[in-house]
Design a binder for this molecule. Structure first.
Ligand code: CP
Ligand code: NVA
Length: 306
């Protein structure tokens, strides 16, 4: 049994399979062709933080695979009344085939997985967001071909998205130029992750414009992630120069793409003319969450089917 708790949990070879499989699954979806490998299977989704894309993509995706979904939140389950995560895992995993969790600490999802009889998927923690990077790389491949040897510029917080980009870079052989404000740097231990290596795959730039120079992809994220709202005002000051604008996009390669996992704040981490401009692929990126996660759920439950 495999869990998907961080990007390092799968190999480069497994990612190659998933990207191909997601392309096929997407093609069938666009052609209104039925694809029901998970009939009679149930996914439990546990949300301890808000979500639009993760909820809709997993829920719609599971139904499209022929399965069904149970949706739980902290507020409407015993999780919010301090039932231990280990006990919750033992109970929930006796009734469903697969669990997706969005929560705070990575240790919480690890504890759940350690007590689960079924595969567990990370739908975002404070430390990682592997399903999003799976979708982002799939989106890059759709638009530009292989990401191997390419350069991604990360402009902004050293957060869950940044950590996951760095894991992906080491595993799949591309570079990340990281620029974060002072005090919001990446934690190398998280970026490398269990069993991983940074393998010289990233470089730090104090100037975000320099980080974008020559990049094939420029990407950013909110200044204040969920769970850090108390720091919002302080962060607004610290991040003022970490706003992706036309000048940064002009420093990147002429055919560079712009990505943002969304939700976005125009005028904060990105200017409207960039996110709504011709280089932006944010809507493809959001849609692709569903296609890659369908491939992932199928893989975790059935293994390679092609
Ligand atoms: N990108 C992402 O995970 O979006 P949601 O928070 O809406 O799920
Ligand atoms: N870094 C953001 C991503 C939201 C999808 C957060 O954790 O809130």
């Amino acid at each position: 049994m495999k869990h998907y708790l961080q990007f390092n949990d799968l190999t480069a070879d497994e990612y190659a399979y998933l990207f191909e499989r997601a392309a096929l699954i997407k093609k069938k979806f666009k052609a209104y062709e039925k694809h029901h490998p998970l009939v009679d299977r149930t996914l439990a989704m546990i949300f301890e933080k808000a979500s639009t894309r993760t909820r809709v993509s997993f829920e719609a995706g599971m139904y499209q695979l022929g399965g069904s979904v149970v949706h739980l939140t902290t507020g409407d389950s015993q999780l919010g009344r301090a039932e231990p995560i280990e006990d919750s895992a033992k109970v929930i995993s006796r009734m469903v085939d697969l669990v997706m969790i969005r929560t705070y600490e990575q240790t919480k999802i690890e504890d759940f997985a350690a007590n689960s009889r079924v595969p567990v998927i990370n739908g975002l923690t404070n430390e990682y967001h592997p399903c999003q990077i799976l979708a982002d790389i799939f989106t890059f491949i759709e638009h530009r071909g292989s990401i191997q040897g390419k350069t991604v510029a990360w402009v902004g917080d050293g957060n869950n998205m940044a950590n996951t980009w760095l894991q992906a870079a080491a595993l799949l052989g591309f570079k990340v130029h990281v620029s974060t404000p002072r005090g919001y740097e990446i934690d190398e231990k998280l970026a490398v992750g269990a069993g991983g290596t940074s393998a010289g795959s990233y470089q730090f730039f104090s100037d975000p414009l320099e980080a974008c120079r020559g990049a094939d992809l420029v990407t950013t994220d909110v200044w204040t992630s969920m769970g850090y709202e108390a720091e919002n005002e302080e962060r607004k000051k610290a991040f003022a120069d970490w706003c992706v604008d036309a000048e940064m996009m002009a420093a990147a390669k002429p055919d560079a793409l712009f990505m943002h996992c969304l939700p976005a704040h125009r005028g904060e981490e990105v200017e409207a003319d960039v996110i709504d401009g011709p280089q932006s692929v944010v809507w493809d990126e959001a849609e692709n969450r569903m296609h890659v996660q369908k491939a992932l759920m199928e893989y975790l439950l059935l293994g390679r089917v092609a």
